[in-house]
Design a protein around this ligand. Structure first.
Ligand code: TXA
Ligand code: MG
Length: 340
């Protein structure tokens, strides 16, 4: 029987206690959750997603005391970051305690933890006694879901309940930091900007962002978060001055092509005219993340639009980059992965 979609946390908690799978809303993306202290329940997540078991999961907790039961070491850096940003789009990697199953951490000695910022999921976490292991609720390597419908479209037969918390407000997965003494290493760019974290820590973060299968964050495969259509950057990220020159060379005005623009910022009259012509011709589909270039709004729409490219039947889509600051770096990271 296909899963029910609803807002009943009593049903959700009862199913989770029975070892079942529940899709949960968070401020970043929807998660596919199970009892994170029970290996059998956690195995269900890997099966439902077709996710390889070498890729570890994040444990979602209701508060800092619960987070502390999952780790062997909780230092001042962890405390400072947790107080500043939890509940929120930040995942901390710390040495794991014995109660965390090896399946959750894929055999690593560290565990990933966060408190999600969503009222429904926080209420659910207060009803249960265990943390929720939850990866993004999408089939392995497809775009993460930011609405309950996205989850239902792909996983309705593989989950037991979908908790509908509306559209995710941030829309990009959490930023992942490995705590290393007084500083921290960035393992994944995400919904919390590096600048905001550095301001709180009062020092720069170490960055070891790697493209290919990053041994330190095994889920960071190059080809990730990808729609089925082909995404092609209009220009090299370091050469934004080539934007319009490159655009004019592309075979647009043809069916099957799409154009995904970060914003309309910096467009002159000539460029506006070109875009209008393109839209009037009605063959190339044009998508704009946010006309005024608001990073948060653009980020919140990114994954919905990546899904739309596929459902609109685009075969090849040219895209422009976000400015490489703040959340723009996470947006560019996802665009890069989607296009690799
Ligand atoms: O915003 C998010 O983080 C969402 C919501 C549902 O919380 N979750 C999410 O989970 O994006 P997932 O599984 O799609 O991505 C988690 C990433 C993976 O790349 C995984 O390799 C990494 O976290 N990770 C988990 N545990 C780790 C560990 N112990 N050491 C290093 N990386 C770890
Ligand atoms: Mg994921």
């Amino acid at each position: 029987m296909p899963a029910q979609i609803g807002i009943d946390i009593a049903i959700a908690s009862a199913l989770l206690r029975q070892g079942k799978l529940v899709a949960i809303p968070t401020e970043t993306v929807y998660g596919l959750a199970a009892n994170g202290l029970d290996s059998k329940s956690v195995l269900g997540i890997f099966e439902a997603k077709n996710r390889p078991t070498f890729d570890p999961l994040i444990l979602h907790v209701r508060d800092i005391p619960m987070a502390k039961t999952l780790v062997n070491e909780w230092n001042d850096t962890a405390q400072t970051l947790a107080e500043a940003f939890w509940p929120g789009p930040l995942t901390l990697i710390l040495p794991k305690s014995d109660i965390v199953p090896d399946l959750v951490t894929a055999g690593n000695t560290t565990v990933a933890i966060r408190i999600p910022s969503h009222p429904l999921t926080l209420a659910l976490l207060h009803l249960i006694e265990f943390p929720l292991a939850a990866p993004s609720a999408n089939p392995f390597s497809y775009v993460s879901p930011t609405t309950a419908k996205h989850v239902a479209d792909q996983l309705i037969d593989r989950v037991d309940y979908i908790l509908d918390g509306g559209e995710c407000t941030i829309g990009i997965e959490s930023t992942i930091l490995a705590i290393e003494g007084k500083t921290a290493k960035v393992l994944r760019l995400g919904g919390l900007s590096i600048e905001a974290i550095e301001t709180v820590l009062g020092q720069p973060l170490l960055e070891t962002l790697q493209q290919n299968s990053n041994p330190q964050s095994p889920g960071q495969l190059d080809h990730h978060y990808a729609p089925r259509c082909k995404l092609i950057p209009l220009y090299n990220k370091d050469e934004p001055q080539l934007y319009w020159a490159e655009l004019l060379k592309k075979p647009l005005f043809t069916s099957g092509f799409g154009l995904l623009l970060f914003s309309k910022q910096g467009m002159g009259a000539e460029e506006e005219f070109y875009l209008t012509k393109l839209q009037e011709a009605g063959k190339t589909k044009v998508y704009i993340l946010d006309e005024l270039g608001d990073m948060a709004k653009a980020g919140a729409k990114l994954f919905s639009i990546l899904r739309l490219l596929d459902s609109d039947g685009c075969k090849e889509v040219y895209f422009s980059w976000a400015p490489e600051i703040g959340l723009g770096r996470a947006i560019n990271d996802r665009l890069m992965r989607a296009s690799s």
